[in-house]
Design a binder for this molecule. Structure first.
Ligand code: C5J
Length: 225
């Protein structure tokens, strides 16, 4: 039994008691004016477009009692969990751990590492701190999901082609049915966003499903769109 959601490549049957809403890295440094992403010259309005759709599904998930989990990409202040290859990559003068506009870049506890206030976690919602792009790598996410009997993941957040896609692939390989919110994910590069969504559901759902937030919110609140 479940609620059918119009999706690509075909309908997704939501089993709400066994679903979790996973919100990836909606952090101030990626999304806010004056944050690290902005300071690097990225167009943050592309990412900010995902805030309202995520908020709609978040409200519906909370009302339906669906498990909500937030993630943050970042590292320990002493950088002991930062792989050298990740630290060295890129040629920007500013790297992970350096001083940025909102504190040290991608360091836990710094203002820029926090989740934007519009989507702030509430009591009881786990927040997963992840050192990698994927939310399963070097975290207790899988243990948490299995312990609660979760079999379906609704994925949202930023960026579509990096942390969302890595988590989608990790989740798919672990046997979770994954649905990606098409308007609740975003990239600094709109063409990457579109391609990442197309890749997610290509070949009859090679990694999973893609659906609009309104359809998912409607299903969570008991109907279909
Ligand atoms: C995420 C990144 N969250 N693009 N990080 O996608 O480096």
């Amino acid at each position: 039994m479940g609620v059918s959601i119009p999706a690509r490549p075909y309908e997704f049957v939501l089993d709400a008691p066994h679903a979790a809403f996973l919100i990836i890295d909606m952090q101030r440094d990626f999304l806010e004016p004056g944050g690290f992403g902005d300071a690097l010259g990225n167009e943050i309005s592309h990412l900010r477009a995902a805030i309202a759709p995520i908020g709609t599904v978040l409200a519906a998930a909370r009302a339906a009692g669906v498990l909500v989990i937030h993630t943050r990409e970042g590292h320990r202040p002493d950088l002991s969990d930062l792989a050298g290859a990740k630290h060295r990559r890129g040629r920007h003068a500013t790297r992970i751990g350096d001083a940025g506009p909102m504190g040290r870049i991608l360091i836990r506890g710094e203002p820029g590492h926090g989740i934007i206030p519009e989507l702030a976690p509430v009591a009881g919602e786990p927040v997963i701190d992840k050192p990698g792009k994927g939310a399963f790598y070097a975290t207790d996410l899988e243990l948490m999901l299995r312990a609660r009997g979760v079999t379906q993941l609704i994925l949202a957040g930023v960026t579509t082609e990096v942390c969302v896609h890595t988590t989608l692939r990790e989740g798919n390989d672990r046997g979770f049915e994954c649905l990606v919110l098409e308007d609740g994910t975003a990239s600094y590069f709109p063409e990457f966003h579109q391609t990442a969504l197309a890749m997610a559901c290509a070949q009859d759902g090679i990694f999973g499903w893609v659906a609009p937030s309104a359809a998912v919110a409607a299903a969570l609140t008991g109907g279909t769109q």
